[in-house]
Write a protein that binds this ligand. Sequence first.
Ligand SMILES: [Zn+2]
Length: 280
Amino acid sequence: MAQKQYATRSLGEYTVTTVYDGFALAPAATLVTEDTGLNLANQWHVFRQTRKLLMRADVLMFVVDTGDERVLIDAGAGRLLGPTMGSGLKNLAAAGHDPADITKILISHPHPDHIGGISVRGQIAYPNAHVYVEADDHAYWTAPENTYRKLGEVLAPYVSLGRVQLFRAGDEFAKGVRAVALPGHTVGHAGFEVQSLGQSALFWGDIIHDYTYQLAHPDRTLVLRDFDKTRVAEEVAMQQKMLAEVSASHLLVIAPHAPFPGAGYVDANPDGTYAWRQAA
Ligand SMILES: [Zn+2]
């Protein structure tokens, strides 16, 4: 079956469009606990559980149309991560959205699969948009000792136009659209709560990467490199807190790596595991 390019749903008076940017592959053995590290025993364990050497996750971006403005939540990978990603702009057009109509771009965290798509070859891809990056994440990723230069490259054209804004938890970007602090995956990792006419959704960024394995093993998180026990513990603690919260409150979760179209509910099982249930 051909991959769908976009999907829309309503949330109160608002419309949310999911736009497919592509998919990412990571070695299954990068799903670690605080104690395993990226060692061989962990690779074997994950392989036995999943029968997979690679895990695959969709990469999605979302347009929230409030009626007054169109807000993009996360922006896909653009050209930063190779040919399986970067279809976001094409699919945004297929969904009937003109990049010029996007006024705000909210970044859950400045990893390349979330911010890469804001620019194309050094030119801004959204001519009328301001880009919002969480303040602690921005400080961390732009510090002189950080050698991750791609972030600076995609942000630069917006910086020169004075269109990069820093935000903190609680900031409101549009009526009913607010930042929520969900640190762990990055120092300033953020979610966005969207509310309209009594309906709510939480855009929770990268709380989870693999919606099958990690929900069945909520002590596991994704570490691509530089295994750090403390950081893993913080990330797992945040993901466990959020899984418990949204399963108890039955809150709609919308996420860039959840299976397309990226919207669903977390159900708690009696044995302490969870399951993802795609929203209708
Ligand atoms: Zn991601």
